[in-house]
Design a protein around this ligand. Sequence first.
Ligand code: ADP
Ligand code: TRP
Length: 321
Amino acid sequence: MRVLSGIQPTGRFHWGNYFGAIRQYIDLQSDNEAYYFIANLHALTTVREADQLRQNTLDAVLDLLALGLDPDRATLFVQSDVPEVSELCWLLMSGTPMGLLERCVSYKDKIAKGLTANAGLFTYPVLQAADILIYDAEVVPVGLDQVQHVEVCRDIAQSFNHHFGETFVLPKPSVLEATAKVPGTDGEKMSKSYDNTIEIFEPLKPQRKKIMRITTDSRPMEDAKEPEGDHLFQLFACFADAAELAEMAAMYRRGGFGYGEVKKAIADASERYFEEPRAKREEFAAHPARVAEILADGASQARKKASEVLNRAKKACGVSG
Ligand code: ADP
Ligand code: TRP
């Protein structure tokens, strides 16, 4: 299968990004032809500081490498290093109805949060469609909030194919149900824009403090509690194996424990879980030339595939012979 996903460098990655999206990238890289990229052109719709965007992009690459993305198995690159994608985006634009973009929840959310409605923000899903279609991707691993964008991509591809003849492969989203919506420190969906994130690589001490401050209900300690739907239990489940999870569920149902114990268990488990990636990240950060080489190789591999599909699309719609 051909797998593709992108992630925006809009800030440091958090547990939601990892369990919703990044972990799938790693799982899928072994038995598939996988393409993963840092969506810096998409980030430009909201990050308006050049140095910040450059730094975020590098941080994103280091995070992915540290978390196990293997450049010998997957093609890792930066979106803007494949200029073909912007050209394909334009070819798709004229066949994209305004109504389709107006229905996109992520655009409406961003406007509701007070972001200025720029054209890039509105046409964001068309560039995302180009990202996916230009690699003939069949499967797109994402968290729940990106499923609509993959569906928009299918609509755009279908209408192009219908109008100009079979050109694009229709992709499908891949979502890990259990971790499709990792809760944040306030119990709502963890997201950079809600200021409720726990970053994967933030220093351990402040991270532990943050975990200990996660909001909880005020039920008395003696009460038995239902684990399903409890956000602390959901967070613990991200890190625990089946036996640890069963033990924690039993503790909830027995009652007589404090939420502080669960928080401590989350802090301990997450520290163990990300111990090796923390060390790997330092190692990559100390070798910038190696990282630059990985990205250059990734871009050149990605461009090979991208130019093939772009030529196919240009021929189909009559802008080349
Ligand atoms: P954020 O909401 O923090 O801005 P992004 O929108 O950049 O995160 O998401 C990057 C990837 O991580 C997407 O595939 C998205 O679906 C996934 N993701 C983000 N937050 C979560 C979460 N809380 N649970 C599961 N997946 C998530
Ligand atoms: N919109 C995605 C996000 O915010 C990032 C993205 C850009 C993407 N292009 C993509 C995801 C292509 C999957 C496929 O997370």
